[in-house]
Design a binder for this molecule. Sequence first.
Ligand SMILES: Cc1cc2nc3c(=O)[nH]c(=O)nc-3n(C[C@H](O)[C@H](O)[C@H](O)COP(=O)(O)O)c2cc1C
Length: 143
Amino acid sequence: MSVEVYYYSKGGNTKKLADAVAKAVGAAAKDVGTPLENKADILFLGSSLYAGGFDPAVADFIAKYGSQIGTLVCFGSSASGKSTFNKVKALAEEKGVKVYDEFYNCPGHFLFLHKNRPNQEDLDKAAAFAKKVYGVICGGPNS
Ligand SMILES: Cc1cc2nc3c(=O)[nH]c(=O)nc-3n(C[C@H](O)[C@H](O)[C@H](O)COP(=O)(O)O)c2cc1C
């Protein structure tokens, strides 16, 4: 069972989440500009909200590598509490990619909002989410 963790991050918040997710599932977090070399049974994809949507680099990644992804699992952050999940899910499903029903989203620092977020608790929750999903899909990192 192969697992990959990718992210797009303008300011570093999504990268922090991606590093926590990656550590939890025994992988290394990679920027979406990094080629996906092989098939990934599970691919965790971090994307945060910019002007109500996700960055085009995330769409490019899904278009390019969707056929190599078994199940896509989404996570990210935002200032408003909204997430990119529904939009990423719609795009991925349009490309024939299976998307896991649950996602993780937390507040991310933006201007005067959510100073120091994601904080350690957010990162712990992201890690717990990733471990849980990994366990559900494939029986856990040590199986
Ligand atoms: C250019 C820009 C646009 C943003 N637009 C929104 C938005 O429309 N809605 C929202 O909830 N947050 C918005 N945010 C806040 C980001 O979603 C939040 O800061 C997130 O944690 C950024 O992740 P990053 O540091 O990985 O880029 C915006 C942030 C930036 C930099």
